[in-house]
Design a binder for this molecule. Sequence first.
Ligand code: ADP
Ligand SMILES: Nc1ccn([C@@H]2O[C@H](COP(=O)(O)O)[C@@H](O)[C@H]2O)c(=O)n1
Length: 284
Amino acid sequence: MPEETNSIDYIMEKASGPHFSGLRSPTAASASSSAFADANAPRQPFVIGVSGGTASGKTTVCDMIIQQLHDHRVVLVNQDSFYRGLNTEELKRVHEYNFDHPDAFDTEQLLECVEKLKSGQSVQVPIYDFKQHRRSSDSFRQVNASDVIILEGILVFHDQRVRNLMNMKIFVDTDADVRLARRIRRDTVERGRDVNSVLEQYAKFVKPAFDDFVLPSKKYADVIIPRGGDNHVAIDLIVQHIRTKLGEHDLCKIYPNVYVIQSTFQVYLMLYLYPISFITCLIL
Ligand SMILES: Nc1ncnc2c1ncn2[C@@H]1O[C@H](COP(=O)(O)OP(=O)(O)O)[C@@H](O)[C@H]1O
Ligand SMILES: Nc1ccn([C@@H]2O[C@H](COP(=O)(O)O)[C@@H](O)[C@H]2O)c(=O)n1
């Protein structure tokens, strides 16, 4: 991963994409270019993917982002909710089941869910029980349309189709020994496991799958957060960026003739060479 991935410019550059961006002059309004956004078009939610190893602090980081964005509608979707339920045979031999392999998730259902949310529809998200290794058969969590969708899970960067739905990708990077210690505590306290079974599962499945699937997906991240929830500076920068992206769209709604443009080299050059005509164009 290049050094500059932690710089704010890099964050801006990588995460901007076609989201809320474009420059419109009266004559350009009808031009069909992907660089131009329509201020009257319904706002597409900003989708953030948060990945990282088990117990790295993904949920903690998401909660901190959600707290700081209290004035926006933010929803959290956990990849865990899309674990396939085990059948009777698999349940009998649960210690041989690899919950850290991509096939353990129903990725088609996850895709459908995020696509619906992105298009402004509400969805029913399954509720997963880590003690029973299955989904609740009769209850779901209703997730409504929102400004920001956060998709969190160990393998959310694994499938390209899921990655393509994201406007920003964050990888929570926490040392393996810290993660294992947290996992032992969490799984024994919250997930009905004993220490031996946690250690066995970790050595047999969790660590190998981290090396094979989770770590290789780190390269897709726009931002890497070392130390997870302890890294307040990184979280503040991320929240600032999300606010900027959401605010750009609001600005377009207030001033329909104003389009927010991406800060490319060409734009800087234009501003430098033609400041007066550019300002006139904005006023008109
Ligand atoms: N910075 C931190 N310091 C101490 N404990 C933490 C920290 N971040 C997370 N934890 C604890 O570690 C466990 C796993 O954290 P969580 O955010 O749920 O990780 P993940 O979603 O990556 O599995 C939880 O019990 C949580 O309370
Ligand atoms: N029935 C299950 C399902 C999943 N796991 C483990 O959960 C981990 C992913 O959740 P995190 O909150 O830690 O990201 C994953 O490593 C699975 O091994 C499980 O133990 N039992």
